[in-house]
Write a protein that binds this ligand. Structure first.
Ligand code: FRU
Length: 498
């Protein structure tokens, strides 16, 4: 084991002993210590679901990237394993950037971007991003001696060798495929496809998709590609994307394209992009397929541009709840992974509860909860809810029926920085907002709208004593409300072994 890896492992072990776990998310993965960003290597190996993540253990800001590691059997209760990768080689000395994983011949294979610097002829230095592999047993990983295995030199003329990252691997018949985020010298984001028979020798196949319209950002980060129902789905996170009417409001966005893929010619005919999430904090999603065929997606629950943590907190970064994806009426539908239902305790249900101006309902409160509110066909113009609230704090969701607009406002959630706090969501269903399912886990609110037709993910930094939930309607209405407390062992309680 390299010194850098050993140092990181000892550091996080020591830090975890003193971590105040009561303030951390209960069932969402959060930074063990320091900083985390993108989910990486989301995969099933040896019957367990593994998740790695971009990790800088030593500070609560981004730094030279390691890969942190967690494992689970049900995607709710996670166990932390020791840091898997450190930037300890010449070819990844700037960082082990995002990537993916696959099980191959009994081994767990990680595929990641090694970032390094090379000297140019004029003596100046320039960054290079190449794809590397590491083989492991589910806990310890050894980098391949001939890394990197996919380099920018393999790309056609005009493709960037500096922005060439985030490989996502899969296998079809006897061939491994890899898509990698890239851009060309006209700043057009694209995804390139490579193939290999043995994971070590790779060849460039084609540019699978590109931002031909110029409207979908610049560099396409963190691509993913898979079959869902009768379509193929390409996911990517374009940087610097302009908002378009009711979609793509996050600057750095995460989008998906549905399309038809010909696996012989590697042609992907894609349709127009859609936003994956309509909230304030969602980026770099990655999916995996479970043994039972479900396609599960998890994302980094943060925006690059916003810091939503209390000043006193010395860690930063969480993942979303894993979500089940399905295809419905030509759109992706997302629902919380069904395993969460095992952890629902203390049901508190109201049939036709009356909401008249500002109302609270006894027992409907909490910060680690699964809460569903059904609006039915009520006659109102404005309906709103305040969550994680008390006299001082609130995060408010307000629905205006006339224009089907739902507004999230976290201005009073406790933020102390000048960050974006309000987002407006046009409800896609012409029938309007019928059902909201909120998952709260101390520092976050994920809202599944109309059975997952749209999702809005938002981080908050509200002290835990703000537990109240308030309802408001501008005229007397009746709603169904169902709330469960989520009770489980804290994610990440295991102190990792050295
Ligand atoms: C996306 C990203 C990736 C990169 C990683 C670095 O959030 O910029 O493209 O691999 O983060 O931490």
């Amino acid at each position: 084991m390299s010194n850098l890896l050993e140092k990181a492992r000892s550091y996080e072990t020591e830090k975890l002993i003193h971590m105040d776990l009561d303030k951390k998310p209960l069932f969402h993965i959060s930074a063990p210590t320091g900083w985390i960003n993108d989910p990486n290597g989301f995969s099933v190996y040896d019957g367990k679901v593994h998740l790695f993540y971009q990790y800088y253990p030593y500070d609560k800001v981004w730094g030279p990237m390691h890969w942190g590691h967690s494992v689970t059997t049900d995607m709710i209760c996670w166990e932390q394993l020791p840091v898997a990768l450190a930037p300890d080689q010449e070819y990844d000395k700037i960082g082990c950037f995002s990537g993916s994983a696959i099980e191959a011949e009994g081994k767990h294979v990680l595929v990641y971007t090694g970032v390094t610097k090379i000297k140019l002829d004029d003596g100046s230095e320039q960054e290079r991003q190449n794809q590397c592999i590491a083989f492991g047993d589910g806990k310890d990983y050894v980098k391949y001696e001939n890394n990197p295995v996919v380099t920018g030199e393999m790309l056609p003329e005009g493709c960037s060798r500096i922005d060439f990252r985030d490989p996502k691997i899969w296998k079809e018949d006897d061939t491994y495929y890899l898509i990698v985020g890239n851009k060309n010298d006209r700043q057009i984001g694209q995804v390139v496809l490579c193939s290999s028979k043995d994971l070590k020798d790779w060849k460039f196949e084609t540019v699978l998709a590109a931002n031909e319209t110029g409207k979908i950002g610049t560099m396409w980060e963190c691509p993913d590609f898979f079959r869902l129902g009768d379509k193929h789905v390409l996911i990517c996170s374009p940087q610097d994307m302009k908002a378009q009417k009711y979609e793509f409001h996050n600057g750095h966005n995460s989008v998906y394209f549905l399309g038809d893929y010909d696996s012989e010619t590697h042609k992907f005919e894609k349709e127009a992009p859609h936003a994956l999430d309509y909230g304030l904090d969602f980026y770099a999603p990655q999916t995996t397929e479970l043994a039972d065929g479900r396609r599960i997606m998890i994302a980094w629950m943060k925006s690059w541009d916003a810091c939503v943590i209390p000043n006193s907190q010395d860690w930063q970064g969480m993942m979303t709840l894993p979500r089940e994806l399905s295809l419905e009426d030509g759109k992706i539908r997302q629902m919380p992974v069904r395993e969460i239902e095992k952890y629902r305790k203390n049901p508190c249900k109201y049939e036709k509860a009356e909401i008249d101006k500002e109302t609270t309902l006894s027992g409907i409160e909490g910060r680690t909860i699964d809460l569903t509110v059904e609006l039915k066909d009520n006659d109102f113009m404005i309906f709103s809810m305040k969550l994680a609230s008390n006299k001082e704090y609130e995060t408010k969701f307000t629905y205006h029926k006339t224009d089907r607009m739902l507004e999230i406002d976290r201005t009073y959630c406790g933020v102390t920085k000048d960050i974006v706090c309000v987002r407006k969501i046009k409800i896609a269903d012409p029938a309007g907002l019928k059902k909201m399912r909120f998952i709260l886990d101390r520092q976050s609110i994920e809202l599944f709208i109309n059975d997952g037709q749209q999702v809005a993910t938002t981080a908050i930094c509200t002290p835990l004593e703000a537990q109240e939930i308030h309802f408001f309607s501008d005229s007397k209405i009746q709603v169904n409300v169902e709330k469960y407390d989520i009770r489980c062992e804290m994610a990440h309680t295991t102190i990792c072994s050295k």
